[in-house]
Design a protein around this ligand. Structure first.
Ligand code: 5RP
Length: 224
């Protein structure tokens, strides 16, 4: 199977996973990226059964609306029942690196609210140690130099992502050459740097389930 076929397979598996659990008033959180886009397209097939969604980016909100799927502001819903999103890396504990699409802050906010976080990814994303994928960090623009210097002290090589402004009006620094042995402690440490909005480690609240697309089919992984 191609990588695109694996993404579509996990998107379909996520739909099959949540569909029996959907109630009349279920709110579905929607992630960002090419795998999340596959999920949005799958969701369109049952749009008549969808009460509400909340999106983690303007791009995903646009895609949902184009399918005629209702999108709400997070502040106007009382709960988010499921959050479905891709990842740039996952370890066996389902701690993730996210933010390759620069949507990490809104993704983390929707994750914080969601009752169940279902991560969907192809098998290339499963790693032993997080950090081969450069860790995205959303930063207030005026703090860029300060944050970059602090990140160098942590041992990585922060690189400004040229030409990218997040949906929140901020910039992204990508941390290269940074093997992350203790994701939870590192998530907290980087978030403690003044000027950081948030970083792309999802370890304080990891995924609850990982639907992993492999050549032998979709595997369901729970945190170990
Ligand atoms: C966007 C993200 C995405 O989930 C992550 O980059 C994976 O994207 P894709 O499904 O295109 O591989 O965190 O900010």
């Amino acid at each position: 199977m191609t990588q695109d076929e694996l993404k579509q397979a996990v998107a379909d598996a996520a739909l099959a996973y949540i569909q029996p659990k959907l109630e009349n008033d279920s709110v579905i959180g929607i992630g960002t990226g090419s795998t999340a886009n596959c999920f949005i397209d799958s969701l369109a097939g049952i749009k008549g059964q969808i009460y509400a969604t909340v999106a983690s980016s303007e791009a995903s909100a646009d895609r949902l609306r184009n399918h005629g799927i209702p999108v709400y502001d997070l502040n106007s819903v009382d709960q988010v029942d499921f959050y479905i999103d891709g990842a740039d890396e996952s370890n066996a504990a389902l701690q993730l690196i996210k933010g390759g699409g620069a949507a990490l802050t809104r993704e983390k906010i929707v994750t914080a609210v969601a009752r169940e976080f279902i991560c969907i990814a192809d098998e290339s994303k499963l790693v032993h140690t997080l950090g081969a994928f450069p860790l995205p960090i959303e930063v207030i623009p005026m703090a860029r130099g300060h944050v970059a210097r602090e990140l160098v002290k942590l041992g990585g090589d922060p690189v400004y992502r040229e030409g990218v402004i997040t949906d929140n009006g901020n910039i992204i620094l990508d941390m290269y050459n940074f093997s992350i042995e203790q994701p939870l402690a590192m998530e907290q440490k980087i978030n403690g740097i003044t000027g950081v909005v948030t970083n792309g480690l999802f370890a304080i609240k990891p995924a609850d389930v990982l639907l992993l697309g492999t050549s032998e089919g979709v595997k369901t992984l729970l945190a170990t």
